[in-house]
Design a protein around this ligand. Structure first.
Ligand code: FE2
Length: 240
C-alpha cells in the first residue's frame, strides 16, 4: 500500500495485511534498492514478500531490514527475510545479544504463548545512534530512543519534502501508551526519547502499531509529552 512518494506499508496484522503477530512493516523505495523497518512476528514473511512483489518491486532488491527494537513482533521475520532476500539486519548495539540469543528483552516467551516461534539470526550492521545510514539514494538518520526497550531506535528520512519518522513502539498516533513495566522498560528514558523525537520536528510518523500519520506528527508527540509529565495519568497497557 503506497503511503507517500517512497514509503509503503507492506505488512501489519492490525491492517489485516499480513499474519497474526506482525507489527506494521514499512518499506522505503530507495531508488533501485529497498529497505524495510521491522520484520514482524515471523509467520507473515511470505505474505509480506508477496505484498512487495504485487506492488511491482523485486524483493531481491531488499538491502536492509532496520529493526526498531528487539520485541518478538518486530524481529520474528529476520531469518526469513535474510534467507529469502539476502538483506542485512541492522539493529542497535544494546540489543544485538538479545536478538542473537532471543533473550528476555525480546519477550520471546510471550510470542510462543501466541503461537509464534522463530530462530534468531546474526545482526549484520550494528547501530549506535547519531549516525546516518545510506541505502541507495536515501539517508536514514538513526536516533537512539530507549525507554520502551534498551536499544530502541527511531529513523528519520526526508521524503517528498516531508520529514518522516519511524519511531518503532516508542510513539504512535494519539499518544497511545503502549507496553509498560516489561523487562527493559524505563520511564525516564521514554520521556527523554519523546523529547528527542520532538526535536527532530517530524511531519509524518510511521509507528510500529496503529495508524500512521501523514501530517501533524508533532501534535501527536506533544500528547505524550503532556501525559508523561503530568502528575497523574490513566495508563492502559497493551502490546497489540
Ligand atoms: Fe515493542
Amino acid at each position: 500500500m503506497k503511503l507517500t512518494e517512497n514509503i509503503y506499508l507492506v505488512g501489519g496484522y492490525g491492517y489485516g495485511y499480513s499474519a497474526v503477530g506482525d507489527c506494521n512493516i514499512y518499506m522505503i523505495d530507495c531508488g533501485g534498492s529497498l529497505a524495510i523497518v521491522d520484520t514482524g512476528g515471523g509467520k507473515g514473511v511470505p505474505q509480506i514478500i508477496g505484498n512487495i512483489e504485487r506492488m511491482g518491486f523485486d524483493a531481491d532488491d531488499l538491502e536492509v531490514a532496520f529493526i526498531s527494537h528487539c520485541h518478538f513482533d518486530h524481529i520474528g521475520g529476520n531469518k526469513g527475510f535474510k534467507e529469502a532476500t539476502g538483506c542485512r539486519i541492522a539493529a542497535h548495539e544494546a540489543e544485538k545479544e538479545e536478538l542473537e540469543g532471543l533473550g528476555e528483552m525480546t519477550l520471546y516467551s510471550m510470542g510462543l504463548e501466541r503461537g509464534l516461534s522463530f530462530e534468531p539470526v546474526k545482526v549484520d550492521t550494528v547501530l549506535r545512534g547519531g549516525e546516518s545510514v545510506k541505502v541507495g539514494s536515501v539517508a536514514f538518520q538513526v536516533v537512539h530512543t530507549p525507554g520502551h526497550s534498551p536499544g530502541g531506535i527511531s529513523l528519520l528520512i526526508e521524503d517528498g519534502g516531508s520529514r518522516c519518522l519511524f519511531p518503532g513502539d516508542t510513539a504512535s498516533a494519539l499518544g497511545r501508551l503502549g507496553f509498560i513495566n516489561g523487562p527493559g522498560f524505563v520511564l525516564p528514558e521514554w520521556k527523554s526519547s519523546i523529547k528527542k523525537m520532538m526535536a527532530l520536528e517530524p511531519d509524518m510518523m510511521f509507528p510500529g502499531h496503529g495508524t500512521f500519520l501523514l501530517s501533524g506528527a508533532m501534535e501527536h508527540l506533544a500528547v505524550y509529552d503532556e501525559k508523561l509529565n503530568s502528575p497523574w495519568v490513566n495508563i492502559v497497557t497493551s502490546v497489540g
